[in-house]
Design a protein around this ligand. Sequence first.
Ligand SMILES: Nc1ncnc2c1ncn2[C@@H]1O[C@H](COP(=O)(O)OP(=O)(O)OP(=O)(O)O)[C@@H](O)[C@H]1O
Ligand SMILES: Cc1ncc(COP(=O)(O)O)c(N)n1
Length: 266
Amino acid sequence: MSVGKALTIAGSDCGGGAGIQADLKTFQERDVYGMSVITVLTAQNTLGVHGVYPQTIEAIEAQLDAIFQDIGTDSVKTGMLFSEEIINLVAKKLKDYEIKNIVIDPVMIAKGGAPLLQKQAMTALKMNLLPLARVITPNIPEACEILGIDKIETVEEMKEAAANIQLLGPKNVVLKGGHLEGNNIAVDILFDGNEYYYFESKRIDTIHTHGTGCTFAAAITAELAKGNSINESVACAKQFIQAAIETSLNIGKGIGPTNHSALRHK
Ligand SMILES: Nc1ncnc2c1ncn2[C@@H]1O[C@H](COP(=O)(O)OP(=O)(O)OP(=O)(O)O)[C@@H](O)[C@H]1O
Ligand SMILES: Cc1ncc(COP(=O)(O)O)c(N)n1
């Protein structure tokens, strides 16, 4: 039997809500074969990030080679890459192995405020990784950092930001509106270089949104692995994240994770 294969290159969240763990759970729920390359171990729970332990470049390189030299993949998602060194290694390997269907979730800051990308790594992210992306999925603060602007407060400003990020090289930009304040609709905007597409859902009133960004990007990655278009993949991912937030899990003492198996029980 053949199956779509998806790889996540990201940080481990031992608490299971974000990072590698969220990605693999999502891949499984979307019926693709999931693989992982761990860039950084985090000691993390619903209360925040308590430790960040980058893996050696040798360890990351060996994991990438092991996968690409044998199994291969139909799509790749990158999440927490943390340092310039790791970004440059990942970019080089994706190029050397001619990997297609690259989804970049430009993870920068955890919900609790912990930095997940070093400040000095921003140039490498923009110059070396972004141009390889089939799709990049920034949230509003990440889009501001990438563009060096202070704020994005309206849908019009989201559209302008998406177009400006697209000029940096990614084929498609999905600018996520989870952080857009004063809006009871959660709107994500896809810009493909020509047209804008809008993905809207009712904003859910919950604090338990740990891992929403990872889960959403992983769902897009899984759908691309199955050969779906960008539009179809984003639409599926939006439905998936909506259900996962609607029934998010009140576990731990802080911001709980989303429910990856929500659609299975509908
Ligand atoms: N309260 C909510 N109700 C419904 N959808 C939401 C809500 N918050 C976020 N989303 C959706 O979840 C997805 C992830 O968006 P978000 O902007 O939260 O990403 P993120 O900021 O990268 O995640 P995180 O804040 O966990 O790092 C998007 O599709 C967004 O529209
Ligand atoms: C290892 C790791 N990667 C990413 C995130 C961000 O999570 P998200 O943006 O999905 O909430 C996180 N908290 N930890």
